[in-house]
Design a protein around this ligand. Structure first.
Ligand code: SF4
Length: 343
């Protein structure tokens, strides 16, 4: 039996239930001005506030520009018109042949296990996703298994969401057991932010399900700023890697949050020290309601070029963008912005 030293922590289900969803409570807890409240209430009506307390504890009190706060605080910009931004920036509706299944790339499919998240990130490209129409009941699950049997070119399944780890362990176990019966499936990938914001989500049952399946499993976390990595996250990461489950990170380049060389450099080094390999650094996906996080591609490439000069290759995340309809993610070459470097 896998031992977990989280017994002093509350269960992840209790943490989920106890997450802050009231803007007034958030501002009061963080000793922030009530001037922010009216806008927060308006933006909250468009996409609800949700912050679990283990994440809240990493936000600096009294600092309205805290980089973790800015990822979760509903703000007035979200309610402004944003021409050119889309509710479905990655055109996922066109790659959604069955409820709960997105098939964008030939050899892998993405399963939307849950519409729920432990935290609502304001920049989320799925903030308008049709979760209602993608619910996975028993019937839909059988349809998905059938689809996978009929697509021998698919060798990898990605559990996504929402957050797939919002799904109870017993259900995850059953799903994994069903998937491993399909001979051409080789790998199971989990994209999740839950162990970052509620580290006690890493349970013995989950680890056992992932380490005992014949499928090669790997976990991709979503961490955008080094301040998100505390002792709980380090502990959760250690438990995962102790099971020989590869642990990667993808982040999103967000204006005002992690768009500096120093933050990105610290992020890569802190991830690595916690046993997590930097994998992707994505350009912001142009979702309506989150335009204030957008950073021009030329600036992203310039930042990546400077970062590359500071880090060994294995700590350098791949700068990438998802372009709807392309056969894979598009890697961007880090290049200096010649407007800033005229020589
Ligand atoms: S945890 Fe992931 S899916 Fe959920 S709101 Fe944040 S970015 Fe979106």
């Amino acid at each position: 039996m896998i031992q977990i030293p989280f017994t002093q922590l509350r269960s992840w289900q209790d943490e989920l239930r106890d997450a802050i969803t009231d803007p007034a409570e958030l501002l009061s807890h963080l000793e922030l001005s009530t001037d922010l409240l009216e806008a927060a209430i308006q933006a909250d009506a468009l996409f609800g506030l949700k912050v679990p307390r283990p994440y809240l504890a990493r936000i600096e009190k009294g600092n309205p520009l805290d980089p973790l706060l800015l990822q979760v605080l509903p703000q007035h910009q979200e309610t402004q018109p944003q021409p050119g931004y889309s509710e479905d920036p990655l055109a996922e509706q066109q790659a959604n042949p069955l409820p709960g299944l997105i098939h964008k790339y030939t050899h892998r499919v993405l399963l939307v296990l849950s519409g729920a998240c432990a935290i609502n990130c304001r920049y989320c490209f799925r903030r308008h996703f049709a979760y209602q129409e993608n619910q996975l009941g028993k019937q839909q699950w059988l349809q998905i298994l059938n689809y996978l049997r009929q697509h021998p070119e698919v060798d990898e399944v990605i559990f996504s969401g929402g957050d797939p780890l919002a799904t109870p362990d017993t259900r995850l176990q059953r799903m994994i057991q069903d998937l491993e019966q399909i001979p051409h499936l080789e790998r199971l990938r989990i994209h999740t932010r839950l162990p970052v914001v509620i580290p006690s989500r890493i349970t013995p049952t989950l680890l056992s399900a992932l380490s005992s399946t014949r499928l090669q499993s790997l976990i991709v976390l979503h961490i955008n700023h080094p301040n998100e990595i505390d002792d709980g996250v380090r502990q959760a990461s250690r438990l995962i890697t102790q099971q020989n489950i590869p642990l990667l990170n993808q982040s999103v380049l967000l204006k005002g949050i992690n768009d500096s060389v120093s933050v990105q450099k610290t992020l890569s080094k802190t991830l690595f020290a916690a046993g997590i390999l930097p994998y992707y650094l994505f350009l912001f996906d142009p979702v309506v309601g989150a335009a204030h996080f957008d950073l021009p591609e030329v600036q992203a490439k310039d930042l990546a070029a400077k970062l590359q000069a500071e880090l060994p290759g294995y700590l350098m995340p791949r700068l990438a963008v998802e372009i709807p309809g392309k056969a894979s993610k598009t890697l961007l070459i880090p290049t200096y912005d010649t407007r800033n470097h005229p020589e």
